[in-house]
Design a protein around this ligand. Structure first.
Ligand SMILES: [Zn+2]
Length: 431
């Protein structure tokens, strides 16, 4: 007898009902739904709910989360003041402090249906206390969440004392990816060199590259062309990701067109963090005030993989957040004007399959025979409906085991002529 059957679910890619058979933590069969009572230790009736692979968080900073206001609030709301606040808080970090905050937010992620997370960790700290804590946490949470760690040189590789040595030490201690922050380096030349250092280090250790790139409203910040060209010339393709790239929101049309060609040719991924960058960017503008986001729609049209990330949860750069990718997708749809029906569905893809591609999950992700049985059940008609109503997963399943459940939210309305009817905000029609 097998472990679990999920009966009568619908896949994102197909309209028909299916039964998912799961044993030993893997999908053993995905087949058309039948009325026969299945033989399994546990049978879960999906009742026509959408069965989707879990959410994937392609970009968050777990070492800084839950520190907003410590030791002071970021009053200007800029990236730069955030970095200054964090430098003060960083001096007080302990292993226990990092573990407690990061684990709590990972619990929020899992409850929201996210079972793969890529977290950046600040390595511009001679003690590397946060890095060691996060490496420990990566092992501890493995049963529920796959955690990837990026060595992130928050205060620079070339502009911070021993920045390059600390990055190399982080690679040696076992991070999954190497980061950079070229727009924060003192000079353009240092910025270019920092990208080259990060890419070479990643190649040497067989790691991914994930650089904070052009997170500034300066239309002259053009390090994404450097990163994409390095990826192209070294054949690294989708093992390389450019995160934030908010200066793209200020590039002129002629340069944008050139850049789209370079990006498409390189095969790199982009990660846009709409909630945080709507909050951080444009702070020095009068009116009109720029949105300060990646050219998401144009990059998608050019064939570039783009994912949406959450970036921060209650830290010096962003005081809000509940570690919920569907909220990010919802805001992202507005912020990037991806609001035609197919575009809203694309926003759902950007926090599932698109983000999985950033993490290089390959056949470790997706609902198909032989793959790990990680999924969520969404009581919704389709991805558009999930984004519109920000539907919470009723069940989150990790390796065939239900790890989170959320009962449907029920509101009852007393309305003239229609006393105490439930309201579910559902309205599905032709799209
Ligand atoms: Zn970031």
């Amino acid at each position: 007898m097998i472990d679990l059957v999920v009966r009568g679910a619908r896949l994102v890619t197909d309209d028909g009902l299916v039964d998912l058979r799961i044993d030993g933590g893997r999908f053993v069969a995905v087949s058309p739904h039948t009325d026969e009572a299945p033989e399994a230790r546990t049978v879960l009736d999906a009742d026509g709910a959408l069965a989707s692979p879990p959410y994937v968080e392609p970009h968050v900073h777990l070492d800084t989360c839950l520190t907003a206001g410590q030791p002071r609030w970021n009053r200007s709301g800029t990236l730069w003041e955030g970095i200054a606040c964090w430098a003060e808080r960083k001096a007080t970090l302990t292993r226990e402090d990092v573990l407690e905050r990061a684990e709590e937010v990972l619990r929020w992620y899992a409850a929201n249906g996210t079972l793969h997370v890529r977290s950046h960790v600040d390595v511009t700290d001679p003690s590397l206390v946060a890095l060691d804590a996060m490496l420990e946490l990566r092992d501890r949470v493995r049963e529920v969440v796959d955690l990837q760690l990026v060595a992130f040189p928050q205060e620079g590789i070339c502009s911070f004392p021993d920045g390059e040595k600390l990055l190399a030490e982080a690679a040696r201690r076992g991070v999954d990816a190497i980061g950079a922050i070229p727009h924060f380096e003192d000079t353009r030349e240092d910025g270019v060199r920092s990208v080259e250092i990060a890419v070479a280090l990643a190649e040497e250790h067989g790691r991914f590259v994930d650089a904070h790139c052009d997170e500034i409203d300066d239309d002259q910040s053009r390090f994404v062309e450097v990163l994409a060209t390095q990826a192209h010339r070294r054949g690294l393709r989708d093992r390389v990701t450019a995160s934030h790239t908010t200066a793209m929101g200020s590039y002129n049309a002629a340069y944008s067109q050139k850049l789209h060609r370079i990006l498409a040719r390189s095969g790199i991924n982009l990660v846009c963090n709409p909630m945080v960058n709507l909050h951080l960017q444009g702070r020095l503008d009068g009116y009109p005030r720029r949105r300060g986001l990646t050219q998401v729609k144009e990059a998608l049209a050019a064939g570039v993989n783009v994912a949406f990330g959450g970036d921060d949860v209650m830290d010096p750069w962003y005081p809000l957040g509940t570690a919920n990718p569907i909220q990010v997708a919802h805001v992202g749809a507005h912020a990037t004007q991806l609001t035609a029906p197919a575009e809203v569905a694309e926003c759902f893809r950007m926090v599932t399959d698109g983000a999985a591609a950033v993490l290089g999950l390959g056949e470790r992700y997706g609902i198909a025979e032989g793959r790990p049985a990680d999924l969520m059940l969404l009581p919704a008609a389709d991805p558009f409906d999930v984004v519109r109503r920000q539907v919470a997963p009723s069940h989150v399943i990790r390796r065939g085991r239900v790890v989170a459940t959320t009962p449907p939210r029920v509101t009852t309305l007393d309305w003239p002529g229609r006393p105490n009817e439930p309201i579910d905000f559902v309205r599905t029609g032709d799209r």
